[in-house]
Design a protein. Structure first.
Lengths: 195, 204
């Protein structure tokens, strides 16, 4: 991910930001009117990441790191500067979100979800050593994540609490098995007798 | 629409209602463990409890909720953002949470929905509507009964009803209604013995 052929321009960053803003407006219910979209943490976190990524691509690594840390401090989202995320990025609630890797258009990340590397795996599938590559229109629900050097196809929905550590083809929905609903008294008696 | 009609569960629009539920939060905090009970129930101990992150975030939320119901939406939004910045917790201003709420570790908690009294939210518990909208209304989130506990990293997603006295286990994601008095447990637990490489024998 370090070697980029064409020089990165501000017009490209601005185009992505415009798509992010339009998608946030489109997905918001009730609709965000006027300039109120710019005050949403969901947009501020994406804006700071875009600035960080822009500086990274332009070679200003220290400035990129500054934006990255400011993002973590202000919004609680840890989105690495080299992370290459396509236009239309939507982060519902930035707190606890951690992102590094590469993703296509219209990535949706909900609360406490993320993507990143897995310890001990250093293969490169196109996003850097150990990092995942996501297609377009991927949706990551709360407390789920994509870990390690895996490829996730287009139009994939990863359900809440679902860890993904292997390749996923296009047009898939991944869900963990539904929980067991038991009587509370029975569950507590089992817990009490466990060693 | 009057303020009380917007929040039918309790009198959160009145400052008296806010104070009553905050008192219940403090009482629950002071009774949650023998160590806290040993401090006693005095003005000083209550003030000390109110200055802990667990109750500061609830104070901020309850004031934001009252302001939201009184029509001060932007000021309520500022308090919600302040909560997120200082305590790293998001309790939406239009959500209604009953008194006696307990957040042992507020960081990472995300709540958009309605809940009855005695709610317990452990670290990074998430209650959210299905929509990824950051301004989704609380009515589209989970509707939770009284004395419900959400474990660490538990997820309640969608417009679903959770009955009274329900316990959601850690790392369990629930997308369907849960009847009262039940407990949601993860489907699979994988427990394996860790293989430790043999250590070379020490020389005498």
């Amino acid at each position: 991910m370090e070697a980029h052929a064409a020089p990165w321009t501000w017009a490209q960053t601005r185009e992505r930001l415009r798509a992010d803003r339009d998608r946030l407006r489109q997905m918001s219910e009730p609709a965000l009117a006027g300039g109120s979209v710019y005050l949403q943490p969901a947009f501020i976190c994406v804006l700071l990441h875009r600035l960080s990524h822009h500086n990274h691509r332009r070679g200003h690594r220290r400035l990129a790191r500054l934006w990255w840390h400011l993002n973590t401090f202000l919004t609680g989202a840890d989105i690495s500067a080299p992370a290459d995320l396509g236009p239309g990025l939507l982060i519902q609630h930035p707190m606890g979100v951690s992102i590094s890797g590469r993703a296509g258009r219209n990535l949706t990340v909900m609360a406490c979800a993320g993507l990143g590397s897995e310890l001990g795996r250093r293969e490169d599938v196109g996003a850097g050593p150990g990092l995942p590559v996501l297609g377009d229109d991927v949706w990551i629900e709360p407390h789920s994540g994509v870990m390690g050097p895996v490829r996730v196809g287009h139009r994939v929905r990863i359900g809440a609490g679902m860890p993904v550590a292997q390749d996923v083809p296009d047009d898939m929905e991944l869900r963990p098995p539904p929980p067991r609903i038991v009587a509370r008294a029975m569950a507590e008696s089992v817990t009490a007798t466990a060693p | 629409m009057t303020a009380d009609a917007a929040c039918p569960h309790c009198g959160h629009a009145r400052w008296r209602g806010v104070w009553r539920h905050l008192q219940a939060d403090i009482t629950r905090f002071l009774n949650k463990s023998p160590e806290n009970q040993a401090v006693g129930d005095s003005f000083k101990s209550r003030l000390g409890a109110l200055l802990t992150p667990q109750l500061l975030c609830l104070l901020c939320y309850r004031v934001a909720h009252a302001l939201h119901l009184r029509g001060w939406r932007r000021l309520a939004g500022v308090l919600v953002r302040l909560n997120a910045l200082l305590q790293r917790v998001h309790l939406a201003a239009d959500s209604c949470i009953g008194g006696g709420c307990l957040l042992p570790h507020p960081a990472g908690v995300y709540f958009v929905g309605h809940a009855g009294p005695g709610l317990t939210l452990y670290s990074m518990a998430v209650c959210t509507p299905l929509s990824p909208s950051p301004v989704a209304p609380a009515s589209s989130g989970p509707q939770i009964g009284a004395r419900v506990t959400l474990g660490v990293q538990a997820v309640l997603q969608g417009t679903l009803a959770v009955g009274d006295d329900v316990r959601i286990g850690p790392r369990v994601s629930v997308g369907a209604p849960v009847p009262p008095g039940r407990m949601a447990l993860p489907r699979q637990w994988l427990v394996r013995r860790l293989v430790v490489p043999a250590q070379p024998a020490e020389r005498p």
